[in-house]
Design a protein around this ligand. Structure first.
Ligand code: HEM
Length: 186
């Protein structure tokens, strides 16, 4: 990428923007999915026991965790290029819309009992990676990372448990929803 700066293909501002997206998008999201996913899975011991007994359930569980946690909770913004009819409004060209990912992921018309984690549900219609042409470029990597981390972590530490009350976890609400630290023991 530095080559592209030297040749003028990218400006310094564009390069910094790309690095910012990669750092926040590529690290913060996955790291906080692991932190929050660990808390949630430990709060659903029956489902965690099923995952430990049958690791083929992990890919589906990862989709459900992505839906349930929606860590990239900042609204996605879209600009209408042409007139768009929505159920409750009409957008004119040039008008912007804010589409909160987490509201879509907890939509009761799409997901039964959306506030409950169910690792057996078909959650693939979730919007945790956004939607459309700007849908997350790193989603395949993120899915593999989450699958490997959760499966291997609970295999390596089968007695893993939280060392503090989930209510006392220092949650953070920045560009990505997450936690500064999750204390565990085994
Ligand atoms: C659990 C992990 C992740 C979540 C929840 C997530 C979520 C998102 C969301 C919601 C968007 C915006 C999509 C939209 O506007 O429609 C996005 C974009 C993006 N993500 Fe991720 N992401 C994750 C992991 C990653 C990883 C691992 C990488 C790269 C290594 C990555 C790179 C990107 C990039 C480059 C974009 C911008 C795509 C564009 O604007 O065309 N993400 N991500």
């Amino acid at each position: 990428m530095v080559d592209q700066l030297e040749t003028g293909t990218l400006t310094e501002e564009q390069l910094l923007q790309i690095l910012h997206v990669l750092l926040v998008g590529g690290y913060e999201t996955t790291a906080n999915m692991i932190a929050l996913g660990t808390i949630v899975l430990l709060q659903y011991p029956d489902q965690l026991a099923q995952l430990k007994a049958d690791p083929s359930l992990w890919p589906n569980a990862v989709e459900e965790l992505l839906r349930y946690l929606s860590v990239a909770h900042q609204a996605t913004y879209r600009l209408a290029m042409t007139g768009v009819e929505l159920p409750s409004a009409r957008l004119s060209p040039g008008e912007a819309i804010i589409a909160p990912v987490m509201a879509a992921n907890r939509d009761p018309e799409v997901f039964d009992d959306p506030d409950v984690l169910d690792v057996h549900r078909d959650a693939r219609a979730h919007m945790a990676f956004g939607f459309g042409v700007h849908q997350c470029l790193g989603q395949a990597l993120a899915r593999v990372e989450l699958h490997i981390v959760f499966q291997r972590m609970f295999e390596r530490f089968p007695d893993l448990r939280l060392a503090s009350d989930p209510a006392d976890v220092p949650y953070k609400n920045s560009m990505v929803y997450g936690a500064d630290a999750v204390l565990v023991t085994w």
